[in-house]
Unconditional design. Sequence first.
Length: 75
Amino acid sequence: MALGRLFHYTIDAVLVSTVLAGVRRSSGFTPATNNIADENIRSVANKYLGIGESIFDMLQGTAVTSSYFKRDQTR
């Protein structure tokens, strides 16, 4: 039961990080981790955001090579 909850929270955290990576890519806005005073927490925050960037890159690469997605010509 506790392991399932931990897995669920981990997946939720990765999804939030991936959404933040998408916001950064589409708008240029990103969390200001340099405002975090503690260097250890700042390092963890940067690694957390980096995980989202990696997942976003994998999803984007999959979408580019997939026949289920096509480029929107209106943009």
